[in-house]
Design a protein around this ligand. Structure first.
Ligand SMILES: Cc1cc2nc3c(=O)[nH]c(=O)nc-3n(C[C@H](O)[C@H](O)[C@H](O)COP(=O)(O)OP(=O)(O)OC[C@H]3O[C@@H](n4cnc5c(N)ncnc54)[C@H](O)[C@@H]3O)c2cc1C
Length: 406
């Protein structure tokens, strides 16, 4: 095979995986990872879990130590922001003006936090949790204790709320929708998590709007809500989603649709340019239309598929999507893609905190959310992996056993 130079933009989970998989497959051409952050590729999930809680150290977050990249002859340039793509010249242009040629280019640029669009959002003490630098800055503020307002009742906001309340802070969660995690889970799950958080002393307010962050001396003192009330706050943690980093692709004339549009092989319309991980909008056999996923599984599996493609072994991306979220001692595990579900069946007893919700579309199972039921999650991954379906009638029948469907 002709030696090709692979340039990867983004030193995150997906970018790292492409490089590691290429070397694992004995690719012997040059590999360069260009990353805008100062850190080697690291795991983000602990940032809203063990790291802020003090259970995971900064050094343990790295996916691999510096030795790995040296030994495998992978050049990693940190603090290096790619400013433009020159598709005609097949070069990337770094912010400092340096141009770097590529034969294959992988865009693994992830996403950036959606900023709170209200006055006062720039005050000190208003925090986001996307990068290691964010979490490093947040940790001492959490440890300082006091009143914490979490804006956004999605996974990251709720994980932070659980950590912060366990550490002894007084926590209020403000969610704009009428239920928690509404974009992803069914009302059964939303209600369970609302009660879980309230049971731990967190003040969960639904249908809440934020109009202003107020402060004195440049630091936050409170959050003003749409109902006119002001909630005292020493710290505000904002978790209202991310925006895919697709600007480079867009400026280079590649199609974007809230993410960089790729085909089933994860290639853009330019056959030398791939996009993977949080920044990519892709077709999937379990999805209707394009999907963009924000999960470690997706970043890893897409990285592997692109490494295969660069090695001349192109495969369609069809890995079963899965995800997890840890709040208190409760583990939520999600498998499948549940958008546009039209019915659910709950297995187990919600009251015991061990149950699974099965999601159906047109009578066929499309996903499972398991709460402290890892065995159901494992069965789900096996079922979807084998492209086996469970009908809603079967799931509703007395004595139904998920395990026996594998
Ligand atoms: C706090 C937190 C908790 C999470 N918890 C979970 C969880 O429990 N389970 C789960 O499955 N997933 C979780 N996720 C999501 C998961 O971490 C992401 O899906 C995964 O990191 C995506 O990997 P990625 O490589 O696509 O993007 P990223 O990891 O975001 O990496 C992209 C990198 O590209 C860099 N970059 C962007 N633009 C440029 C440019 N122009 N030039 C150079 N570099 C650039 C960025 O700075 C970034 O370092 C969590 C995420 C966060 C933030």
């Amino acid at each position: 095979m002709m030696t090709r130079k692979v340039v990867i933009v983004g030193a995150g989970q997906a970018g790292y995986q492409v490089a590691a998989s290429l070397r694992g497959k004995k690719f012997d051409g040059p590999i360069v990872i260009l990353g805008e952050e100062p850190a080697l590729p690291y795991q983000r999930p602990p940032l809203s879990k063990g790291y802020v809680k003090g259970e995971a150290k900064e050094s343990t977050l790295l996916l691999r130590s510096a030795d790995f990249y040296t030994t495998n002859n992978i050049e990693v340039r940190l603090d290096c922001c790619v400013a433009a793509l020159d598709r005609t010249g097949r070069e990337v242009v770094c912010a400092g003006g340096e141009r770097m040629p590529y034969d294959s280019l992988v865009l693994a640029t992830g996403g950036r936090v959606r900023k709170l669009p209200v006055p006062g959002a720039e005050l000190a003490g208003v925090a986001y949790v996307r990068t290691l630098a964010d979490a490093v800055a947040l940790k001492p503020q959490i440890e300082a204790g006091g009143n914490v307002v979490v804006i956004g009742g999605g996974f990251i906001g709720l994980e932070c709320a659980s950590v912060v309340s366990v550490l002894g802070c007084k926590v209020v969660v403000l969610e704009a929708m009428d239920r928690l995690m509404a974009r992803v889970v069914s009302p059964v799950l939303s209600d369970y998590y609302r009660d879980l958080h309230r049971g731990r002393g967190v003040d969960v307010r639904l249908g809440a709007s934020v109009t202003e962050i107020v402060g004195t001396g440049g630091r936050v003192t409170g959050v003003r809500c749409g109902d006119g009330s002001t909630i005292p706050a020493d710290l505000v943690v904002v978790g209202i989603g991310i925006i895919a980093n697709d600007d480079l692709a867009k400026a280079a004339g590649l199609a974007c649709d809230r993410g960089i549009v790729v085909d089933a092989l994860l290639r853009t319309a330019d056959p030398d340019i791939y996009a993977i991980g949080d920044c990519a909008a892709f077709p999937h056999p379990m999805a209707q239309g394009l999907v963009r996923l924000e999960s470690v599984q997706n970043a890893i599996d897409q990285g592997k598929i692109v490494a295969d493609a660069i090695m001349g072994e192109a495969k369609t991306y069809a890995a079963v999507p899965w995800f997890w979220s840890d709040q208190y001692e409760v583990k939520l595990q999600i498998v499948g893609l549940t958008q546009h579900y039209d019915d659910t069946v709950t297995l187990g007893d919600v009251g015991t905190g061990r149950f699974s919700v099965l999601y159906f579309r047109d009578g066929a199972m499309i996903g499972i959310d398991s709460v402290n039921m890892p065995s159901d999650h494992v069965v789900g991954r096996k079922l979807f992996g084998a492209r086996k379906s469970v009908t809603i009638d079967a799931a509703r029948a007395p004595g139904f056993s998920l395990r026996s469907q594998v």
